[in-house]
Design a binder for this molecule. Structure first.
Ligand SMILES: Cc1ncc(COP(=O)(O)O)c(C=O)c1O
Length: 312
């Protein structure tokens, strides 16, 4: 089979809304290498968009999935729970930055993790508004897309966004935007449009990924923490892309000396299987009523036994 032949079938079968960076069809992968269906070998610098942080087919991940496959693939944790889910939650509660009692929920995608973090912040505070940053990326669902600070290609043509989501500038040195500019943007927002007492959460990426790989300056992260403390706002660190050693430490927030109240994770969490999580302050995480959080595949047993080898 040739890549070009499959590419033609792809054009006929798949919506063009699913953008593609290459027309190189994967056949197999191992560690940092991928082979296409024509037998060509590549070094994989993409890692499935920052997912297979320990390489393709890490033996510990493969063995854990293979073992789970012989037992069961799905019961739905909300119907008949399994210990894997609890064990992984305990590990995240222990490892996610923050010197306070934590709890965790599992979902399936990074967008869902961000959505759920906002839901948790809203129910815990009884407030509605959310502040995010220009250039930020938080997913393609309606709340994810609304939080995302890029119109093209994520929002264009998709109609009205979720109400009560506001964007302020993110510091980007090469574009001449400083932390002072970002905080001025926040001040302007509070003067012109939004009472800080109505803000449930501020969400940010410790390193913007889709926005162009801009690390959040330490003074920005500390200013967000101070603003949240002053106004009773929930600080959400979106570590979907930065988590699981992408920046060297297990979590990027370890570099800042302050902790977020809620942390969203996905991608590297399960070495290529669809798993996402929100971990955070136990009092916030317990605010939702039973049934308000979760999902049919949330914390699927095939994805939850092989946490990143760093976590085992
Ligand atoms: C920081 C960040 N948040 C959220 C998401 C959305 O994750 P998913 O594509 O799994 O929904 C991404 C995906 O690239 C991301 O980089």
């Amino acid at each position: 089979m040739l890549n070009a032949e499959v590419a033609k079938r792809r054009d006929d079968a798949i919506s063009r809304g699913v953008g593609m960076m290459t027309q190189i069809y994967a056949d197999r992968a191992l560690n940092s290498e991928v082979w296409d269906i024509e037998g060509n070998r590549y070094i994989d610098f993409a890692a499935g968009i920052a997912v297979v942080n320990t390489g393709h087919c890490h033996p510990k991940v493969m063995a854990a999935v293979a073992n789970q496959m012989t037992k069961f693939t799905h019961t739905c944790h909300q119907v008949m729970p399994y210990e894997n889910y609890i064990r992984l939650a305990e590990r995240l509660n222990d490892k996610v930055p923050g010197d306070f009692k934590k709890k965790t929920i599992f979902v399936t995608t990074g967008a869902e993790a961000c959505e759920n973090a906002v839901k948790i912040a809203r129910i815990a505070t009884g407030r509605n508004a959310v502040i995010a940053f220009g250039g930020g990326f938080h997913g393609r669902t309606f709340m994810g897309m609304s939080l995302t600070g890029k119109v093209e290609p994520y929002k264009k043509g998709f109609g009205a966004m979720m109400p009560d989501v506001y964007h302020v500038p993110f510091p980007m040195g090469p574009h001449g935007i400083s932390t002072a500019d970002a905080m001025k943007g926040m001040e302007k927002l509070f003067k012109a449009d939004l009472d800080p007492a109505r803000v449930a959460a501020i969400i940010f990426e410790p390193v913007q990924g889709e926005g162009g790989f801009y690390p959040a300056p330490t003074d920005l992260v500390r200013a967000i923490r101070a603003l949240c403390d002053k106004n009773g706002i929930v600080m959400i660190a979106d570590e979907v892309q930065t988590g699981f050693a992408r920046t060297g430490a297990l979590f990027a927030m370890e570099a800042y000396g302050v902790a977020a109240d809620l942390t969203t994770m996905a991608k590297g969490l399960a070495g290529g299987l669809p798993l996402a999580a929100v971990t955070g302050r136990a009092d916030l995480m317990d605010a939702a009523n039973p049934g308000g959080l979760g999902g049919t595949y949330a914390g699927n047993p095939l994805a939850s036994p092989p946490p990143m080898p760093f976590l085992t």
